[in-house]
Design a protein around this ligand. Structure first.
Ligand SMILES: *[C@@H]1O[C@H](CO)[C@@H](O)[C@H](O)[C@H]1NC(C)=O
Ligand SMILES: *[C@@H]1O[C@H](CO)[C@@H](O)[C@H](O)[C@H]1NC(C)=O
Ligand SMILES: *[C@@H]1O[C@H](CO)[C@@H](O)[C@H](O)[C@H]1NC(C)=O
Ligand SMILES: *[C@@H]1O[C@H](CO)[C@@H](O)[C@H](O)[C@H]1NC(C)=O
Ligand SMILES: *[C@@H]1O[C@H](CO)[C@@H](O)[C@H](O)[C@H]1NC(C)=O
Ligand SMILES: *[C@@H]1O[C@H](CO)[C@@H](O)[C@H](O)[C@H]1NC(C)=O
Ligand SMILES: *[C@@H]1O[C@H](CO)[C@@H](O)[C@H](O)[C@H]1NC(C)=O
Ligand SMILES: *[C@@H]1O[C@H](CO)[C@@H](O)[C@H](O)[C@H]1NC(C)=O
Length: 338
């Protein structure tokens, strides 16, 4: 525990090759930076953009506040930022690849909020923006509080993949397949939100992702589950919002879907998520997974490169938070920075 509280990292060159002759690097200090300065706000926006781009499931996060910002100067290699960002969930699914700034936060009764820790390397000269690591933790609005304030509000169910949500999604999807003019049928991928309102009338609100299948709409398909999804990289994906209910004794299902082109996932497990690729190596997630042959006892990570010149990134997220009185900084409500 104590070791984690020390923020001076002595990095020493321990290249296996002898040349060029190893030079000790100056100690790297973690500096607090103002959470309200324009650079920190910009960097936090970039970090969130990279986090959203890296995610495969769930909804795009919106920046609510900057809770802590620490920076570590890397000399010619730029700057590494350790950021703690207050975030909340928006209405946009990550598959949409939309910019978080163009997405609305969820309404109060559906709100999901929390924070993300992110380690971001920025080198303006080399035009590198590299998200090394991140971890987010969000929770839904308290159910009891919501139903006290708004007894009629449909409340999100945790059991999103329950029978009645899947039935609702399939019903909406059948409707979509019939009424859209895509050439192929789409199949259900995941139910991503489900709420149910039963106070005055029965309505199911469901959000789900869909994937393009090999079945052409020219053929009649009795059972959609027999249609195999097209290969990744070929298949279009989609995200739908539907309400399934009976209105005046008739089917009142409404559904709207957005389709997205075959996607390119960016993955932290692949080094090419960084804009300047060759420079960055994957960090060990486990702080104990220290490099062998380190002369100091400190956990350090070192990347040797002529261009990047000795980038050092802490292999763990700092326990300390920024001591600046400007932290936390509220970004000023939903979607206020653009
Ligand atoms: C991410 O955060 C959660 C909640 O704070 C924690 O339980 C989990 O261990 C963290 N994961 C990593 C990889 O740090
Ligand atoms: C699924 O959700 C519906 C609607 O909220 C609920 O009535 C039903 O009991 C749930 N089914 C299961 C198997 O949990
Ligand atoms: C069907 O296709 C036409 C032409 O591509 C397009 O303009 C129209 O909006 C489509 N209709 C639906 C319901 O998607
Ligand atoms: C989405 O569906 C896939 C395949 O059915 C499954 O492996 C995955 O766990 C689901 N994800 C969620 C968030 O439910
Ligand atoms: C569709 O096929 C699946 C598996 O092949 C089966 O489990 C399901 O009951 C079928 N559904 C209908 C409506 O026939
Ligand atoms: C450092 O990165 C540059 C730019 O990507 C690359 O061309 C070069 O080979 C790398 N050098 C070393 C020693 O890895
Ligand atoms: C972020 O880091 C702080 C300090 O190390 C830790 O207390 C917190 O649980 C982390 N949050 C997440 C979501 O990982
Ligand atoms: C940032 O916060 C500090 C400390 O709270 C304050 O002195 C400073 O004026 C603020 N700067 C801006 C640009 O708002």
């Amino acid at each position: 525990m104590k070791a984690l509280l020390v923020f001076v990292v002595w990095a020493q060159l321990s290249s296996s090759r002898a040349e060029p002759s190893p030079q000790p690097i100056a100690p790297l200090l973690l500096d607090s930076t103002n959470c309200n300065d324009s650079n920190t706000i910009k960097v936090s926006g970039l970090a969130l953009q990279e986090i959203n781009r890296n995610r495969r499931e769930g909804y795009i996060y919106n920046l609510v506040s900057i809770r802590s910002a620490l920076k570590q100067s890397q000399g010619n290699a730029g700057m590494v930022y350790y950021l703690t960002l207050g975030v909340d969930e928006t209405e946009c699914h990550v598959l949409s690849r939309k910019d978080w700034r163009s997405c609305e936060s969820r309404m109060f009764h559906q709100s999901v909020a929390g924070e993300c820790n992110a380690t971001l390397h920025i080198n303006n000269l080399e035009r590198i923006v590299c998200l090394h690591d991140y971890n987010c933790s969000l929770t839904s609005a308290d159910r009891r509080t919501v139903s006290e304030i708004c007894p009629d509000c449909p409340i999100d169910r945790d059991d999103k993949e329950n029978e009645s949500s899947i039935n609702s999604a399939n019903k909406a999807l059948t409707n979509y397949n019939q009424n859209s003019n895509n050439t192929k049928y789409f199949n259900l991928l995941n139910v991503t939100k489900y709420s149910f309102q039963g106070m005055f009338f029965e309505a199911h609100f469901v959000e789900f992702t869909i994937v393009e299948t090999a079945c052409s709409k020219k053929q009649t398909v009795k059972n959609l589950s027999k249609c195999k999804p097209l290969a990744p990289g070929v298949a279009q994906f989609g995200f739908c919002k539907a309400s399934v209910q009976i209105v005046n004794m008739k089917d009142g299902t409404t559904v709207t879907c957005e389709l997205y082109q075959p996607e390119e996932y960016r993955d932290l497990n692949h080094p090419d998520h960084c804009r300047n690729q060759a420079l960055i190596e994957q960090l060990p997630r486990d702080p104990r997974a220290m490099r062998k042959g380190q002369t100091s006892g400190m956990p350090t990570f070192m990347q040797m490169n002529e261009t990047a010149e000795n980038l050092v990134v802490l292999p763990y997220f700092p326990l300390k938070r920024s001591s600046s009185s400007s932290c936390p900084y509220s970004v000023g409500g939903t979607n206020s920075i653009r």
